[in-house]
Design a protein around this ligand. Sequence first.
Ligand code: 9UX
Length: 72
Amino acid sequence: EVRKACFKVTGMECAACAGSIEKAVKRLPGIEEATVAVLQNRAQVVYRPAFVQEENIREAIEDAGFQAEAII
Ligand code: 9UX
């Protein structure tokens, strides 16, 4: 099973910020895909809920130095 989570991410100032978030999220177990769009302040993550939860992903983004909030 895979699920998709979307986050509103604030604090990104350039494309390298998006790259560092993708790298941080992809380090978690159970991540299939992580795409961060700096211009839209959005992160989309496809994950396997057997291995990682939405809140773990949100915390990884926060630990990378950004504010993240799950949306819909
Ligand atoms: Mo760009 Mo983001 O110089 O922390 S990487 S602003």
